[in-house]
Design a protein around this ligand. Structure first.
Ligand SMILES: Nc1nc2c(ncn2[C@@H]2O[C@H](COP(=O)(O)OP(=O)(O)OP(=O)(O)O)[C@@H](O)[C@H]2O)c(=O)[nH]1
Ligand SMILES: [Mg+2]
Length: 717
């Protein structure tokens, strides 16, 4: 295989709503590039891109897959992304190494939330887009409806390059207003005739050609001048204007296609080769120090790892882009995170499940290697003398959580290890054991995302796991002053136990004055501060602890034990066993026994006094509230809103944004379990949402009563 340099490479990312035909189009591109001599299909489970058992089972893409093709003496690296938003992490990695997105849209469905989301990701990640109206051979295909949707909703302005002559089942021709030709396909293997535009289409074609010319001229003063002078531009001039408009992310040229019948694929690839920005023009990689790393093969080598996947019989496969310099077979590089050497004994160009051995890859190219020792996604491998680390991919926040355990207790330990490693393959899955909830909590992008993981672990590791509702990390605090005494006394045979503690507690607020006097339960208590300790609690909020013992009622040496007793109860709050926060405690009296008093006695006395005081202090339970943002087609807005209201949501605002409604609400986490699934069934999968922690707020009294009851039923204190 030829060695391609940055100027001869294009790295494209196929994006678009679920099922729009990305994988099928990638297959047609690979066929046109002669990487395969027969096209596989989704139905027969033999595409290059969807090549895992789990993708076959679900008949959809789950992982972004890289495929190279050679076309017009250039190399086109295609990354085929999954359309489902549950797997959007893949788009973040793909766009890190891809320079341009190809938005594949289904002409049968019109503009969908998936198109909306994926074009937004491209925008967030600063990547230009080329638009493809696909499935024009479908029974329900409507180019006009699709264009209307794009015009109304696309964040980038569409510019028509092609329109179909006969869409629907008989689709076989379209007019290209850049080439000013009609293309007609004579078979389903990409064979095409280049014909003159029929007379009845000429006016329309000329009109669109003028729009295209004007759109191209806008981006270049010299072109604009030329256009005014001559009233037209050459094809090459138009291309050079489009090149700028696309690279600036101002316009999205629109193409026609049936990936399934391989119609339009070749023209699209030609345009990408000629017009889309390649590695030497696209924005440069940045180092973590902010240095620009140009795709220059004369520079010292640096590779960025954007994906790592374990494949049966082979082990870990590491996918990378050569950021600068070149990499040759057998090269030794240094991982800038670990400082360890890695030998790249084999290099491959990747075409999905096929890997083609190569001896060298140049700056801008994408490839993979195997058998690295400790390199993962987001690592940079660099020449030992010139270490550098590239800015990492910043993955989206999780928006779905569940508790997880092994079906068989015996598998628990093994499952723990497997789950711990999941993040290396899929950085959008977070797993952690919550000491607070005493559950293993797994977080991801949606229920489907987690179910796929479950199936994968069952298939590959033969371990069954179960998801269930995670506990909610409630917090407990108090609302008023309270007082309590507690005597711990035990006389059983040998040495006895004795400790007595008197305390006052009150709600802590920032900047409150030092305590001087309390009047509580008919008692008047004067505070003489002997000692003060203040703790920032790991789980948020504060504990203030005052020693106000007079006349040696309790020895100072027992104070740490008293504090410990209180801390134990803060750690496992008296109401529901959740963390307590924002409390001031004053120990003002107590009793010792000359022989029987010891630390354990005071710890227990303090613990129980604190619990009693807490329960009298107007205790309340606080729950985590999340900011939720839902994006839905307007027709579902009513349903989405009333569902949220049933979840105790506070609606904060609504706005319409290019055909979609956006709704912001504050929703208790306790009401969000399986929200992604409900939202999906309410809107036939057309809506999406994000969520982020906002604050802790008091739960309503009916919820508090329920929680209290549930806890007293289990409290063995
Ligand atoms: N009629 C018609 N059907 C198509 C075309 N392209 C794809 N399909 C069908 O649409 C379905 C989805 O195709 P895929 O290629 O898997 O779509 P995708 O965009 O990769 O889907 P995800 O990766 O799951 O988002 C399959 O049944 C294909 O056979 C097309 O051009 N015309
Ligand atoms: Mg796919």
């Amino acid at each position: 295989m030829k060695n391609y340099s940055a100027k001869e490479i294009k790295n494209i990312v196929l994006v678009g709503a679920p099922g729009s035909g990305k994988t099928t189009l990638a297959e047609a591109m690979a066929y046109e590039g002669k990487v395969i001599d027969r096209r596989g299909s989704i139905e027969t489970n033999n595409t290059l891109s969807d090549n895992t058992d789990i993708e076959h089972e679900y008949k959809r893409s789950i992982y972004a897959t890289t495929l190279f093709t050679e076309f017009m003496n250039r190399k086109l690296n295609i990354i085929d992304c999954p359309g489902s938003d549950d797997f959007c992490g893949n788009l973040y990695s793909a766009f890190k190494v891809g320079d341009v997105g190809v938005l594949v849209m289904n002409a049968q469905n019109g503009w969908q939330v998936g198109d909306e989301l994926q074009s937004r990701y491209a925008r967030i990640l600063n990547k230009p887009l080329v638009g493809v109206i696909n499935q024009l051979d479908g029974e329900k295909a409507s180019y006009e409806n699709m264009m209307e949707g794009i015009r109304a909703a696309s964040p980038v302005k569409p510019i028509i390059v092609q329109y179909p002559v006969n869409q629907g089942a008989g689709f076989n021709s379209f007019i290209d207003v850049l080439m000013m030709k009609m293309y007609r396909f004579t078979d389903e293997n990409g064979t095409r005739e280049e014909l003159e535009i029929p007379a009845e289409e000429m006016d329309h074609a000329l009109e669109l050609n003028q729009e295209l010319t004007e759109a191209a001229a806008v981006y270049d003063d010299a072109l604009m001048e030329l256009y005014f002078e001559k009233g037209s531009l050459t094809q090459d001039d138009i291309r050079s204007g489009l090149k700028k408009g696309v690279a600036n992310r101002d316009i999205m040229p629109i193409f026609c296609c049936s990936g399934k019948r391989d119609m339009g694929t070749k023209r699209l690839m030609e345009f990408i080769i000629n017009v889309a920005p390649g590695p030497s023009v696209a924005p440069k990689f940045l180092s973590t120090e902010g240095e620009e790393l140009a795709a220059d093969e004369t520079q010292p080598t640096a590779l960025f790892v954007f994906k790592s996947q374990i494949e049966q019989h082979i082990g870990e496969i590491t996918y990378f882009r050569v950021v600068r310099g070149k990499v040759t077979e057998g090269m030794e590089l240094v991982n800038s995170r670990t400082g360890n050497k890695e030998k790249l004994s084999q290099l491959f160009a990747v075409a999905g499940k096929n890997r083609i051995k190569v001896t060298e890859l140049m700056a801008g190219d994408i490839g993979c290697t195997v058998k690295l020792k400790g390199t993962r996604t987001n690592d940079t491998l660099a020449a030992p003398a010139t270490p550098v680390a590239c800015e990492p991919i910043v993955f989206p926040e999780p928006r779905y959580r569940a508790a997880v355990k092994a079906k068989e207790q015996n598998d628990e330990e093994k499952l723990g290890k497997i789950l711990n490693d999941v993040k290396y393959e899929d950085p959008t899955i977070l797993v952690e054991y919550s000491k607070e909830l005493k559950q293993t909590i797994i977080q991801g992008q949606g229920e489907h995302h987690l179910n796929i993981l479950k199936t994968k672990i069952a298939q590959e590791n033969k371990i069954e796991m179960e998801y269930f509702a995670p506990k909610i990390p409630y917090r407990e605090t108090i609302t008023k002053v309270a007082q309590a005494d507690y005597r711990h006394k035990k006389q059983s045979g040998g040495a006895g136990q004795f400790g007595e503690v008197h305390m006052v507690i009150e709600p802590y607020t920032e900047g409150m004055p030092e305590p001087t006097k309390y009047k509580v339960g008919g008692k008047e208590i004067t505070v003489n501060i002997k000692g003060k300790e203040e703790y920032d609690l790991d789980w948020g909020g504060k504990l203030q602890f005052y020693n106000s013992i007079v006349g040696g009622a309790i020895d100072a040496r027992f104070m740490p034990a008293i504090l410990k007793g209180i801390m134990e109860k803060m750690d496992e709050g008296p109401l529901t066993g959740s963390y307590a926060r924002d409390i001031r405690v004053v120990i003002y009296d107590g009793k010792m026994h000359p022989v029987d008093s010891n630390e354990i006695s005071f710890k227990l006395a303090a613990r129980n006094a604190f619990k009693d005081a807490f329960r009298q202090a107007g205790p309340k339970i606080m729950e985590p509230i999340y900011n939720v943002e839902v994006l839905t087609p307007s027709e579902y807005m009513g349903a989405v809103m009333s569902d949220l209201q049933n979840r105790r949501a506070m609606i904060m605002g609504m706005e319409s944004d290019k055909g979609f409604d956006k709704l912001n609400a504050r929703v208790p986490l306790a009401e969000l379990y399986r929200y992604s699934t409900s939202l999906s069934s309410l809107t036939s999968g057309a809506a999406t949402y994000t969520m982020a922690f906002a604050s802790y707020e008091q739960v309503p009294s009916d919820v508090q009563d329920k929680l209290l009851k549930a806890y007293t039923d289990t409290d063995e204190d």
